[in-house]
Design a protein around this ligand. Sequence first.
Ligand SMILES: Cc1cc2nc3c(=O)[nH]c(=O)nc-3n(C[C@H](O)[C@H](O)[C@H](O)COP(=O)(O)O)c2cc1C
Length: 261
Amino acid sequence: MSPLSRSITRKTTNGPFLDKPVSREHQHLLMEAASRAPSHFNSQPWRFVLIEDKAKRERIAELGGSSMERLIAEGKFFERYRPYFRFSEQEMQERRDGILIDQLPGPLRPFTRQITSPGALGLLRALGVPKVLGEDNRKLIAGSPLLLAALLDKTEYRPGELSGFYSILGLGMAIENIWLTTVELGMGIQFVSTPMEIPEAWEEIKRILEVPDELELMAVYRLGYVPPEKPRPRIDWRSDHRKRISQYVFRDSCRTPERDD
Ligand SMILES: Cc1cc2nc3c(=O)[nH]c(=O)nc-3n(C[C@H](O)[C@H](O)[C@H](O)COP(=O)(O)O)c2cc1C
């Protein structure tokens, strides 16, 4: 196995999962992998909720769908994330970051370049794009056999203090361990982050999961087994490009970019 193969095979799954429950054994393996992450003083500040209950998954899916629809319709999504949208391979080759929108329904294709511009909001609404994206997102979440909530213990997670930063670092590494383990288990994982951008939606997820005052809800994911052939959503993207070493690594000081091979 090449030293890079583990990190290269890790990726985000944008499409649907198999309609098959994730075995308890696999769920526990993912949690065990999370717990192996480093944390300051081995404090293990992370907590997780494994969500299999159908009614809860559907309620979270509704929130995922409606928050996606709202973020697009109100223009906040493109306003915040416009710098990361790429519409051609050539554009991607220059910066090698962001996401390449490479799947759009026929009626939208002539407007490819305009879709993230502030003036295009009316057009997007007229073409029903917010609804399509919201509904696709709802279906993807509702059809995922397992949702996972990641939380932090507030005795360690104190925003603004170093222990708050350390806790976030530790949780990030725990999540990466889960992510890498999904690959080994034939599973996929995707962030469900749109509800996080709408405070009421995030509060509602906290209520659904009965998050107590001592814990902070940090992130939600959808997981499942990846189907052999991977049907793509109607509007889709890929983000397997990475910057060249010279674009993000320096040698000895921040003045000298590392040379590319
Ligand atoms: C904080 C954070 C939030 C993210 N939110 C989303 C999200 O809402 N939906 C999604 O599909 N991916 C989300 N991602 C995943 C990134 O889009 C993805 O990791 C990046 O495009 C690289 O693609 P890859 O994971 O396939 O390598 C998020 C990642 C991070 C770290």
